[in-house]
Design a protein around this ligand. Structure first.
Ligand SMILES: O=C1O[C@H](COP(=O)(O)O)[C@@H](O)[C@H](O)[C@H]1O
Length: 264
C-alpha cells in the first residue's frame, strides 16, 4: 500500500506507512535514488548512519533488487554517532551496523570510516574530525555551499523516545556546539554515557537527511518534532534537524505518526 505523504514546507516530507516491510522498501527506494543522484553529480555517495532501529529498517538494501542494482563501490560509510565502547560490545553502533547490514553489502572495507575505539572519547572525536577534514580536502565528502562544514550526501537518523538524534540529547550543552564538526559527551542520559557525535551544524549541512521513528513510544517525540508550535519544542534535538539547504524526509509507521494532527 502506498504511504500517506505529508509535505511540510518545501524541504520537508513525511512518509507514513501502515506496514514496516513497506516502509523498509520505500526507504531502500529513496536511498537508491539519492545514491544515483550523488554518483551522477560527483561520483561518490558519502553516508553517515546511526544506531537504533534504523539499521533494521535499512535491511532491504541487502536484498534483491538493491544488492545488485546499487553501485556499492561508490559508497563511503560514516557514523552520525558512536558510543565509547569496544567495537565488539553489544552497545557499539558499529557492531550493530556491521552485524546486521554492512557485512551483507559489498562496500569496500577501506570506505568504512568507523570511530576509533582504542582512544578516549575526546581523542576519538578529534581524530574522527581530522579524518573527515582529510576526506573533505580530497572531495570524498563534499563541502557545504554556505559554510565550511562537510556536506554528507545523506545522514540517516533514528529519533529516540526523548527526541534525541545521534548523540544530541534534549537540554544538553552539546546542542550549542557551533565550531566543532565532531564532539564528545561524557554524560548521556541514555547509557552508555560516553559518546561521540556529529554536531548540529554538520547534520544540518547535509544534502539529505532521513529521520526514522517507529512505534507508539516515539509518537510524542514525533509530534513535538513535526507538529507542535509550542516554543519549548523548538529546542528538541529532533526538531532542530532542519537542513539549511538540503532536504529532510521522515519515515514513520502509523503508531509513531499517531499524534500528528495532520495525519488522519
Ligand atoms: O542512542 C542512540 O539512540 C538513537 C535512537 O535509538 P532507539 O534505540 O530509540 O531506536 C540512535 O539513533 C542513536 O544513533 C543512538 O546512539
Amino acid at each position: 500500500m502506498a504511504p500517506q505523504v505529508l509535505l511540510i514546507k518545501d524541504k520537508m516530507e513525511v512518509r507514513i506507512h501502515e506496514c514496516l516491510d513497506e516502509l523498509s522498501t520505500d526507504l531502500a527506494d529513496q536511498i537508491e535514488e539519492l545514491c544515483e543522484e550523488s554518483i551522477k553529480d560527483h561520483g561518490v555517495f558519502a553516508v553517515a548512519i546511526s544506531g537504533g532501529s534504523i539499521i533494521s529498517l535499512m535491511r532491504k538494501l541487502s536484498e534483491a533488487p538493491y544488492k545488485k542494482t546499487i553501485d556499492w563501490s561508490k559508497w563511503y560509510i560514516f557514523w552520525a554517532d558512536e558510543r565509547v565502547v569496544a567495537k565488539n560490545h553489544v552497545d557499539s553502533n558499529y557492531k550493530l551496523a556491521k552485524d546486521n547490514l554492512l557485512s551483507k553489502l559489498p562496500i569496500l572495507p577501506s570506505h568504512v570510516y568507523s570511530i576509533n575505539d582504542s582512544l578516549t572519547a575526546e581523542e576519538a572525536a578529534s581524530e574522527y574530525e581530522f579524518v573527515i577534514r582529510q576526506l573533505v580536502k580530497t572531495r570524498v565528502v563534499n563541502v557545504s555551499d554556505i559554510s565550511d562544514c562537510p556536506k554528507f550526501d545523506l545522514i540517516l537518523l533514528e529519533v529516540g523516545a526523548d527526541g534525541h538524534v545521534a548523540s544530541l540529547f534534549p537540554n544538553h550543552p552539546v546542542l550549542e556546539e557551533k565550531n566543532e564538526w565532531v564532539t564528545f559527551i561524557a554524560n548521556a542520559p541514555k547509557p552508555p554515557p560516553e559518546r561521540i557525535t556529529l554536531t548540529l551544524p554538520v547534520i544540518n549541512s547535509a544534502a539529505n537527511v532521513i529521520m526514522a521513528a517507529t512505534g507508539g513510544v516515539k509518537a510524542e517525540a514525533v509530534r513535538m518534532a513535526i507538529d507542535d508550535m509550542d516554543p519549548e519544542c523548538s529546542v528538541l534535538p529532533a526538531r532542530m534537524i532542519q537542513p539549511s539547504v538540503g532536504k529532510l524526509v521522515w519515515f514513520l509507521d502509523v503508531e509513531a505518526a499517531s499524534k500528528l494532527t495532520r495525519f488522519s
